[in-house]
Design a protein around this ligand. Structure first.
Ligand SMILES: Nc1ncnc2c1ncn2[C@@H]1O[C@H](COP(=O)(O)OP(=O)(O)OP(=O)(O)O)[C@@H](O)[C@H]1O
Ligand SMILES: [Mg+2]
Length: 226
């Protein structure tokens, strides 16, 4: 069995001055290609910390992160940047769309950074917006879209460079149930269509009920999987 993403024995201790917070106490998680995994747990249980470590946005205090067969744990930032760019798409609770760019321009941005030629960029961005159900709204600015639509633009943007892994932190945290369901169904469909693995932190049953697997964490430890 080959995994697209592995976090092994992850420990994370945050230090704020003299105070130490143990956010993760030895978490091991392995994700297969095209798998939709939900990380479920109460506030403060370590979900964001885990996603940050898996996405190489932060380093573990101890433990190992392997992305698509590459042990990235000790790589310096300059080597992490291209790995992140090519292999991982991020979706955050507050989508972080750029307000002065239209929907299609927001989706194009990661491709621009990756050096994809203009025509190809535009064609792919339009295709992705269609895939997330936003055909006809490509030229709107974020403020001209609903919260759910903005979140779908963020999902399309996360897929821009055809990553093997999408990490989403509470992607439905600020959405109503109808839009949450759209996003969750979208993950299911996109994983089938593009073979992308989704690792999604959530307390939302609408999302975790649609996942292939649920990993429950509490106080920085996995307490159950199903
Ligand atoms: N940068 C930081 N510095 C110090 N402590 C932190 C930092 N980030 C998180 N923590 C602490 O680590 C623990 C886990 O936080 P984390 O953000 O991973 O939880 P979470 O499960 O994502 O919570 P939520 O559901 O509220 O987003 C908490 O006790 C939190 O206070
Ligand atoms: Mg969080």
């Amino acid at each position: 069995m080959t995994y697209v993403l592995e976090g092994i024995d992850l420990v994370k201790v945050y230090k704020t001055g003299e105070v130490e917070t143990v956010a993760l106490r030895g978490v091991t998680i392995r994700v297969s290609p095209g798998e939709f995994v939900a990380i479920v747990g109460p506030s403060g249980s370590g979900k964001t910390t885990l996603l940050n470590l898996l996405g190489t946005l932060d380093k573990p205090t101890s433990g190992i992160v392997i992305i698509d067969g590459i042990n990235v744990t000790l790589l310096p930032e300059r080597k992490l940047i291209p790995i992140r760019r090519k292999k991982i798409g991020f979706v955050f609770q507050f989508h972080h769309l750029i307000p002065v760019l239209t929907a299609v321009e927001n989706v194009e941005l990661p491709m621009l950074i990756a050096g994809v030629p203009r025509k190809e960029r535009r064609a792919r961005a339009l295709k992705l917006l269609e895939a997330v159900g936003l055909k006809g709204k490509e030229n709107r600015y974020p403020h001209q879209l609903s919260g759910g639509e903005q979140q779908r633009v963020a999902v399309a943007r996360a897929l821009a460079n055809n990553p093997k892994i999408v990490l989403a932190d509470e992607p439905t945290g600020n959405l109503d149930s109808v839009n949450s369901e759209r996003i969750a169904e979208l993950f299911k469909r996109l994983k089938e269509e593009f073979g992308t693995a989704f690792v999604v932190s959530t307390h939302d049953p609408i999302v975790y009920e649609r996942a292939d697997r649920r990993v429950y964490i509490r106080d920085g430890k996995i307490i159950k999987e199903d």
